[in-house]
Design a protein around this ligand. Structure first.
Ligand code: B16
Ligand code: MG
Length: 217
């Protein structure tokens, strides 16, 4: 395996516990449409852009909508998501072990970036106060192709000046793990190996990651 020189982190579900609020907002939306979604279906929505989520949800409910109607549904979901963010999200929502791990890898000379599908990533990064831990941040406003396309991670690698094969991506979503692998990167899954089957290996939490374990990669 090539030498690792940089870490690219997905945001929602990896750095911060926001996935529950995306899920709650999607559930609220589907209830207005007359059906429900469960956690298993929600795995398909993780890491995927808002507009692709709308298409997946409508297909799941057997509904067809015009583009204008889809845009209105996406806006409603985002309004509810942002209400949760405003009331629930503070720096305390950064997952355990994340800050320690970021500090130790940066001290050891690794570059760091965020590669998130979310158009709300800049707002969240600011609310969490974590901007200074990253050399580059790529968010959903800067890309045109949703994960599993590797665009978000390739752009991150380009901005920090590291080749894809020298990057490790941390991801919680099936689509995100596939994006990392499609980009020729090593991938650590954050979650269950039964779900993230294509990851090189999985962790449950960054409390399991020390600089020694990381260096063994
Ligand atoms: P937004 P990530 C993703 O962020 C989330 O996993 C996914 O649930 C969400 O639908 C997507 O961002 C788009 O987010 O509606 O805020 O633009 O995991 O790639 O950091
Ligand atoms: Mg994620």
């Amino acid at each position: 395996m090539a030498e690792i020189k940089a870490c690219i982190f997905d945001m929602d579900g990896v750095l911060v516990s926001t996935e529950i609020y995306h899920f709650k907002a999607w559930q609220r939306l589907t209830e207005t449409l007359g059906f429900t979604i469960d956690e298993k279906f929600n795995e398909n929505l993780k890491g995927v852009s808002r507009s692709v989520c709308i298409d997946l949800i409508l297909k799941h409910g057997g509904l067809q909508k015009t583009q204008e109607e889809k845009d209105a549904l996406a806006a409603q979901k985002n309004k509810w998501f942002l209400e949760y963010v405003q009331t629930e999200i503070t720096p305390k929502n950064v997952y355990p072990g994340v800050i320690n791990f970021l500090e130790s890898i940066r001290k050891a000379g690794y570059k760091t970036a965020i590669g998130s599908a979310s158009k709300n990533a800049p707002l969240l990064v600011e609310k969490l106060g974590i901007q200074s831990y990253f050399d580059a941040i790529v968010d959903g406003n800067m890309i045109t192709k949703a994960k599993p396309n590797p665009e978000v991670f390739l752009k991150g690698a380009e901005l920090i000046g590291v080749k894809p094969e020298n990057c490790v991506v941390f991801e919680d979503a099936i689509s995100g793990v596939e994006a990392a692998k499609n980009g020729g990167m090593y991938c650590v899954g954050v979650g269950s190996p039964q779900t993230l089957t294509k990851a090189n290996f999985c962790i449950n939490s960054f409390t399991e990651m020390s600089i020694d374990r990381f260096s063994e990669l």
